[in-house]
Ligand binder design. Structure first.
Ligand code: PHB
Length: 250
């Protein structure tokens, strides 16, 4: 890739442009993108125009841009995330029908839990999770399951830095977190009351593919709701998803 005078490649700059979009910043002008990606204005306008031309960005009537459907289409094509989501959906629907609360599927992405799917009903309680959104590993039930089965270097990295307190009950003590992770590995589930918001309890279990934990399946319940039946529903669903993933490989 040709490098700019500052030494960064075209790919670097395109990635910087795409990364200016976030869950809370979905529509921007080319000038805003340029500032946030630290690009000269002319470069930003040219790159945005080229990305719009290629369909990776889309422009609205006000000349502002958002991530394009083409990007979504290419990203999902053949992806492991799509395969996992497709295998999981029928079982997630069962959990949702039985428990009536938010049911969600997350994978480990860098050092956070990335949510691939969330099913909710109009009567479901509070939930801050968004599809294609992320939650911290130490402060959500899905995150705790994913962290418990993550590579040791990732665990050590998280445990060696201050653990942000997102609610009064977030685990912020490294020794407590280490013990919790060991317990999650031993029991095969976690119940996390108030770990990210005081009004909810997350319950999560691992989903395995060829023996490896590839996802966490969770429900978000009102804080004091019973957890036994949701946990049973999650465990049955995880077994179903694992069988579906294995069948898909044959
Ligand atoms: C959790 O997984 O623990 C969790 C996630 C989202 C919430 C509450 C709890 O809003």
């Amino acid at each position: 890739m040709a490098n700019s005078p500052s030494g960064d490649s075209v790919t670097d700059r395109v990635v910087r442009v795409l990364e200016t979009f976030g869950p809370d910043r979905t529509v921007q002008t080319a000038a805003q993108i340029g500032r946030r990606a630290a690009l000269p204005s002319s470069t930003a306008h040219r790159l945005v125009a080229e990305l719009v031309e290629a369909g990776l960005l889309e422009r609205d009537d006000d000349h502002r841009v958002r991530l394009g459907m083409r990007l979504w289409e290419l990203a999902l094509r053949g992806s492991e995330a799509l395969r996992l989501r497709q295998a999981a959906l029928p079982y997630m629907e069962r959990v949702q029908a039985r428990v009536g609360e938010h049911t969600q599927l997350a994978v480990l992405e860098q050092d956070e839990a990335l949510f691939l799917e969330r099913l909710s009903s109009p009567s479901s309680g509070a939930n801050i999770t968004r599809i294609a959104g992320r939650l911290p590993l130490h402060a959500s039930s899905s995150g705790l399951v994913l962290l418990a089965h993550a590579p040791t270097e990732l665990q050590d990295g998280i445990l060696s830095k201050p653990l942000a307190r997102l609610s009064p009950e977030t685990i912020t003590d490294a020794a407590v977190l280490r013990r919790t992770l060991a317990e999650v590995r031993r029991s095969g589930w976690v119940i996390a009351p108030g770990s990210i918001e005081a009004v909810s309890t997350g319950v999560a279990v691992p989903v395995r593919d060829r023996g490896e934990v590839v996802a966490a399946l969770s429900v978000v319940l009102p804080r004091d709701a019973p957890t036994a039946e949701p946990l049973e529903a999650l465990r049955a669903a995880a077994a179903g998803i694992q069988a579906a993933l294995a069948a898909d490989r044959r």
